[in-house]
Design a binder for this molecule. Structure first.
Ligand SMILES: Cc1ncc(C[n+]2csc(CCOP(=O)(O)OP(=O)(O)O)c2C)c(N)n1
Length: 901
């Protein structure tokens, strides 16, 4: 029996209670002798055979998912450490200092700035081993997701690397004042929007990093399998918190990563056992829990629990006392051990039983205090990362035990409050300096001086050599992908622009355009259609056969509908990403494709089409993260609006997505009614993103309602993109004495508005201009810019907004949409004339479209009444006219209305 680790396991198992200890001992011994005689491979074979028998239903044995609370990689299996350990430790200490100094300085100057020290203090070694040995930099480097609260450590490294200067560090969390002083200023967390040359992935919102990392790894495979780009040498690394693992997004795609054999993906979960308020699992062990979860999901799990100092203790522990003690110690207690000194640990951990006490006998209290957890031991960390790199056929998670606030001493290590600790007293700082042997005078410590060794010092030479060997610096964000030419609109959208009264839905029009675009020689291969199990709903089944559904292992079955022209075709080079019922997954895929221009230098054009209600509302934070990453692509909110989805009712009917989209700064949101409008928006968006390479993305609503689509009037494109163009005037516009109103409509409700204009003319003698309001948010964007400009440039030749240009004068405006009133009200303060908004506030209902539009008071009759009321208030009509309209159309005056909650 060669392996001491296995010896220890056998010893530990021997302590378990069972019915026949003598028989058990015989079995154990025969296994041990088999191991000794034939080696581990033979043991595995025998165990496979035995466990197959034991799993028979009448025996019902199941293997436990967990393993003892020790390192997965025994000391005997560690590869030699390839670096200069002492230099790396000195470098890590400098990173720690500069990161700490950055946060403490910022908070000394402005107590409100915030920042975190304890997270990076726990993660520093995990980062540094990556930086010195694994994380590949450069254009085609690795994709790395950094634990957000550890950002100061990444800045500290970039400072040593010469990529950031003292002034930048001195402006941590002060982007605005920094810029005024001509320095960079460092954002709180990884934000590609704020630091576009530096950060690739925003991780500040817990859970977003984990799920994004999986889909980025998967998208690399997609690019590879479709023959678009060789991504085989690139890896995705994610360093996440153990508390963060509780987020549903963190967990939701684990099985996908295993199913698709993403061995290009490594997660490092920094198990410092604490989150913000306290222990992650005070009464349990998070590492055990995560181990079972990840093993169950099909990942390789590498537990990195104890540092090298423990190896000697394990070697001497012939009774398995350590493993036994760990098995009964919960995380809350481990945290207390982290917070207390060596003496306490001797008494309360090693003091638990005589065997343990004997193990600690040769150690001083100081040595006990310094016993490292696995995530603070560069050699052990290296062994774990190395094993992850060697793993094939499945993703790896490294569960690294660390101490939160490591090295912060009394002031923070393992303290309940350590997460938010951002101020340290002089004595604590001096203790920190001594703890990490920093080459700083008391003065330098007291003044929180940043420290960068001389350029020709061994540390700096080493640091640069390592990064050069790994391909360059990281993180680093690039955005220099070649543009992709977009075909002329006439080639794919002619049928829509010149619809000439043809009946269709805008969803059908979109699918037809998408089908054509997929055939375009240049753009076609870059198009990434994405669905979350709704392709059939949106009439996209034709694409299954045409371009195939991406599947990393092709199609291992004969599809039931194989003879059909629409048959379900999965293929390794399939183009559609069919994400199943996971909106979070689908939007993460979309983001991967939408950032490909930056991450891979290869622009892709994703179209993710979904039930609009399950977009911004369901995965709004992931969309926000996509915006932060400067995503480029189309989100298509189908079956959009509160009333176009008829019978579906409350949870499906969307009256808010456009309002949410309006709040995302780089999102261009549109609510077109007609196919021609959609085509113009699509053409404009593609040129803006693919040719001019602007960092915007589009949210466009699509409807499933069939109706006749007119041809687009000539020359309206410019206004349409600005958000408002004139459709028609109904009624005798120039007749003197005739009242006049302006009716604005968007989405399907534009059709009600057109009908209302006809009624106003025919039944009430009122002339009405009809305007298609393709985007209230674009109108508001333009108007607020103009308003601000004019405020700050008080001159005669004031700028004129598109709203003023279109809606100038006192003519009353009625705006009706299929969304809550807040959507048209985005423009209210920029309109000088009386303004009335009609919308679909309240909960949805199931009924016919006509019933719903009447219920929400956005149908033609309510538009007419709103117009007449506006004219009455302007003194142009008598109240009796309104009363007559209410009676004629049978409008409910129920008070309060049923939709008002
Ligand atoms: C979605 C979201 N919810 C809450 C927070 C606030 N928050 C920031 S860090 C943190 C605790 C993080 O704990 P853990 O993941 O264990 O990381 P550690 O800092 O302990 O390494 C919380 C709750 C956040 N950033 N994002």
């Amino acid at each position: 029996m060669s392996d001491p680790f296995i010896q220890k396991q056998l010893a530990l198992d021997a302590t378990l209670t069972e019915s026949d200890p003598i028989e058990t001992a015989e079995w154990r011994e025969s296994l041990a002798s088999l191991l000794g005689a034939s080696g581990p491979q033979r043991v595995r074979e025998i165990m496979d055979v035995l466990s197959a028998i034991a799993r028979a239903p009448d025996i019902g044995w199941r293997p436990a998912l967990g393993t003892p609370y020790v390192n997965t990689i025994p000391a005997s299996h560690q590869p030699p450490f390839p670096g200069d350990l002492a230099t790396e430790e000195r470098l890590a200490s400098l990173m720690r200092w500069n990161a700490l100094a950055m946060v403490v300085r910022a908070n000394k100057a402005y107590g409100e700035l915030g920042g975190h020290i304890a997270s990076y203090a726990s993660a520093a070694d995990l980062f540094e081993v990556g930086f010195n040995h694994f994380f590949r930099g450069g254009n085609q480097g690795d994709l790395i997701f950094y634990q957000p609260h550890s950002a100061p450590g990444v800045y500290a490294r970039a400072f040593l690397e010469g990529r950031l200067q003292e002034d930048d560090l001195a402006h941590y969390r002060q982007e605005i004042s920094a810029r005024k002083r001509g320095v960079k200023g460092l954002s709180s967390y990884p934000h590609p929007w704020l630091m576009p040359d530096f950060w690739q992935f925003p991780t500040g919102s817990m859970g977003i990093g984990p799920i994004s990392s999986i889909y980025q790894a998967r998208f690399m495979r997609y690019l590879q399998h479709r023959g678009l780009l060789d991504t085989s040498a690139r890896r995705v690394w994610g360093v996440f918190g153990d508390g963060e693992m509780d987020e549903p997004e963190s967990m939701s795609a684990l099985t996908l990563a295993a199913r698709e054999k993403l061995d290009n993906l490594t997660w490092i979960v920094n198990c410092n056992l604490q989150r913000l308020d306290g222990p992650v699992r005070g009464n349990g062990r998070i590492i055990d829990e995560l181990e079972a979860l990840f093993v169950g999901a099909g990942w390789r799990v590498i537990k990195l629990v104890w540092g090298s100092d423990w190896d000697g203790l394990f070697a001497r522990d012939s009774e398995g006392a350590l493993a036994r003690a760990f098995a009964t110690t919960v995380d809350g207690q481990f945290q207390t051990f982290a917070a207390k000194d060596g003496r306490y640990n001797r008494e309360h951990f090693f003091g638990q039983d005589p065997a343990l006490a004997a193990l600690a006998q040769g150690l001083t209290d100081e040595q006990i205090d310094r016993l490292k957890r696995g995530g603070h031991d560069l050699v052990k960390i290296h062994a774990a990362y190395h094993a992850a790199m060697e793993t094939t056929g499945l993703p790896t998670v490294i569960l690294a035990q660390t101490k939160k606030g490591y090295g912060m001493g009394e002031a923070g290590q393992g303290r309940m409050t350590t997460h938010q600790q951002k101020k340290l007293e002089r004595d604590d700082l001096i203790a920190f300096r001594d703890r990490f042997s920093l080459p700083l005078s008391d003065e330098q410590v007291a003044s929180l001086s940043f420290y960068r060794p001389a350029a020709d010092s061994p540390e700096m030479r080493y640091l640069h050599e390592r990064r050069a060997a790994l391909g360059g610096f990281t993180p680093e964000r690039h955005s220099d992908a070649p543009p992709v030419p977009v075909p002329p609109l006439a080639r794919y959208g002619e049928f829509a622009v010149k619809a000439d009264g043809k009946e269709m839905s805008t969803t059908m029009a979109f699918v037809r355009m998408l089908t054509s675009l997929l055939k375009d020689q240049h753009l076609g291969p870059r198009v990434v259609p994405i669905v979350a199990d709704e392709a059939r709903t949106f009439g996209m089944a034709n694409l299954f056969k045409q371009v195939g559904i991406y599947s990393f292992n092709g199609q291992a079955y004969e599809p039931e509908d194989i003879g059909s022209v629409l048959s379900y075709r999965e293929a390794t080079d399939g183009q559609i990403l069919e994400e199943g019922i996971s909106e979070a997954g689908a939007i993460s895929s979309w983001t991967s494709a939408a950032t490909s221009y930056s991450v891979h230098g290869q622009a892709m054009l994703p179209f993710y089409i979904y039930y609009s209600m399950f977009g911004f509302q369901r995965v709004g934070d992931l969309i926000w993260a996509a915006a932060d990453q400067r995503s480029r692509g189309f989100l298509l909110g189908a079956t959009a609006g509160r009333t176009t989805l008829g019978g579906e009712g409350l949870q499906h009917q969307d009256g808010t997505s456009l309002v949410q989209a309006a709040a995302v700064p780089n999102c261009r949101a549109y609510d077109p009614c007609f196919a021609g409008e959609f085509a113009v928006i699509l053409d404009h968006g593609m040129r803006q993103m693919m040719e001019r390479q602007e960092d915007v993305f589009y949210y466009v609503t699509l409807m499933n309602e069939n109706y006749a689509h007119p041809s687009l009037p000539a020359g309206v494109e410019h206004d349409l993109i600005k958000g408002l163009y004139r459709c028609a005037t109904h009624g005798p516009e120039n007749d003197k004495g005739n009242s006049k109103v302006r009716l604005l409509g968007s989405g399907t409700i534009l059709r009600e508005v057109i009908a209302a204009a006809e009624l106003l003319a025919s039944e009430w003698g009122v002339a009405a201009e009809v305007w298609s309001a393709t985007s209230f948010s674009e109108l508001a964007r333009d108007a607020r810019e103009v308003e601000r400009f004019n405020r700050l440039h008080p001159r005669e030749d004031a700028r004129v907004s598109h709203i003023e240009h279109c809606l100038g004068g006192a003519t009353a405006v009625i705006a009706a949409t299929d969304y809550v009133r807040a959507w048209p009200q985005l423009i209210a303060s920029y309109v000088d004339a009386p303004f009335t908004a009609l919308g679909t506030d309240g909960f949805g209902r199931s009924d016919t479209r006509a019933a719903l539009r009447s219920f929400f008071e956005v149908d033609r009759h309510h538009v007419v009444l709103a117009a007449l009321t506006a004219l009455r208030r302007q003194g142009q009509l008598d109240a009796s006219v309104c009363a007559e309209a209410i009676a004629r159309y049978g409008l409910s005056a129920e008070d309060p209305p049923a939709w008002l909650v």
